[in-house]
Design a protein around this ligand. Structure first.
Ligand SMILES: [Zn+2]
Ligand SMILES: [Zn+2]
Length: 444
């Protein structure tokens, strides 16, 4: 069979599973789980892989599931990814009432697409016409939430990193993978066009900050206290005053929140906690902005005679979408959308741990508009099951065919054109070096 016949066969096989694929997406929408806790979602993936007769491993980086579909001849390995986790939006009508988790980023559609691609590739017996390997990988914890919980996992030795893909890289579960493709659904209300690829997106690191002052009766003896809330307030002002020093082209985003502002109103606050991300387009700009944030935090502690403890943890690296893979996506996705609706999107201020993968191999993280509403908000939903669930399944499967058919000429061309930005060992060393706890004493 030539490539076009293989694609037609896999398309027909996915059409035959259409209702099952939509059911998987909707069932996960109704049972959202947060990162590193996606137990029921992972079980659904296992059930599909069992049904397809695929060999797989589960419990990877706590909840990841990885199946392997071997081609007939040796060749490169292409990973197709779906993200398992939800985000916290308690007011969403399909949120988990206990955790507030909701699929308001469309990762349920990613898993439906991954499962659909797996079923279609197996049903159509595509692998015997391919050179190389397809890895079907449901991955945990893309949303960078519950930082305290995840730092607990790190302290307990259950994980090394706070995000799913960095953790899977640490565990060597991408060591045999040469390139990675995933598809993120987006809201038709929020993006121009119907499908497309952003050239890049921001990376970030995260800071957990504790200002430590001295408690004292706020009415009787305020002069005996050191006000940690005022120190935090000064720190926010000092961070805001740095903004004019950030270059437009670096796309820096610093957005702190106060997570604990004091204990009792008649006690001078002795402990106030902040969290922030520091995002930027390049690692250099991110580290530069992070140093300014540290300076602002310490200056505020000094002004108020407080201590400040700054816990810095790695987030995600900037994403660089591979232009060769983008071309393969554009061609295959044009079967389901009006070609005039394709867009090359500009750099995005958001972040994803697909960025980490994109530093060590060619990666594609494109979008299709199957959803409506506002991302990470209560009105988000998959409005078009065809564009949301079925088109990603077919596009993932047909991209794998384009990459690995004809003795994997497509994949080999991309690997020749796109050497990795860094080795996997250098990536892991760089990210581990970001972990740092610093205590600055402004009380002396
Ligand atoms: Zn999200
Ligand atoms: Zn997302």
């Amino acid at each position: 069979m030539d490539r076009e016949e293989l694609k037609r066969a896999v398309g027909a096989a996915i059409d035959a599973r259409r209702l099952q694929i939509i059911d998987v997406g909707e069932a996960i929408m109704s049972e959202p789980e947060l990162g590193f806790k996606e137990v029921k979602t992972a079980a659904r993936v296992c059930a599909v892989f069992d049904e397809a007769g695929l060999e797989y491993r589960d419990g990877l980086a706590v909840t990841g599931v990885r199946a392997v579909l071997e081609g007939a001849r040796p060749g490169p390995t292409v990973a197709l990814l779906g993200e398992l986790d939800a985000v916290v939006v308690p007011e969403h009508e399909r949120a988990d009432p206990d955790t507030g988790a909701a699929h308001a980023c469309g990762h349920n559609a990613q898993i439906a697409g991954l499962c659909g691609a797996a079923l279609g590739l197996v049903d159509a017996s595509v692998a015997r016409h391919l050179a190389g390997t397809i890895v079907l990988f449901a991955v945990p914890a893309e949303e960078y939430v519950e930082i305290d919980y995840r730092l607990g996992l790190v302290r307990e030795g259950r994980t090394t990193f706070l995000g799913g893909k960095p953790e899977l890289l640490e565990l060597g579960l991408f060591d045999d993978v040469d390139m990675t493709v995933m598809i993120h659904t987006r809201s038709a209300d929020e993006v121009d066009g119907q499908y497309g690829v952003a050239c890049s997106s921001n990376g970030f690191l995260a800071k957990n900050v504790r200002f430590l002052g001295r408690a004292s009766h706020a009415g009787v003896a305020p002069e005996g206290g050191a006000n940690a809330l005022y120190a935090a307030q000064l720190a926010l002002s000092a961070i805001n005053a740095q903004r004019e020093t950030f270059r437009d082209e670096d796309c820096v985003r610093v957005h702190p929140i106060i997570t604990h502002g004091g204990d009792l109103v008649n006690v001078i606050p002795a402990e106030v906690r902040l969290e922030t991300y520091v995002r930027a387009r390049s690692s250099e700009a991110m580290l530069d902005a992070a140093a300014k944030v540290d300076r602002a935090l310490k200056g505020a502690a000094l002004a108020m005679g407080c201590q400040v403890e700054i816990d810095t943890v790695p987030g995600f690296l900037p994403l660089r979408n591979d232009p060769g893979l983008a071309g393969v996506f554009r061609e295959n996705a044009a079967r389901f959308f009006d070609a005039a609706q394709y867009r090359d999107y500009p750099h995005s201020g958001g972040s994803t741990d697909a960025g980490d993968l994109s530093h060590v191999m060619p990666v594609l993280h494109p979008v299709m508009t199957g959803a409506r509403g506002t991302v990470h908000s209560a009105d988000w939903h998959i409005a078009d099951p065809e564009a949301g669930y079925v088109a990603p399944a077919k596009t993932l499967a047909t991209m794998a065919i384009d990459l690995l058919a004809d003795d994997a000429a497509g994949a080999r061309r991309i690997l020749d054109a796109s050497p990795p930005l860094m080795s996997r060992a250098a990536y892991l060393d760089q990210q581990k070096a970001i972990f740092r706890t610093e205590l600055y004493d402004g009380a002396i």
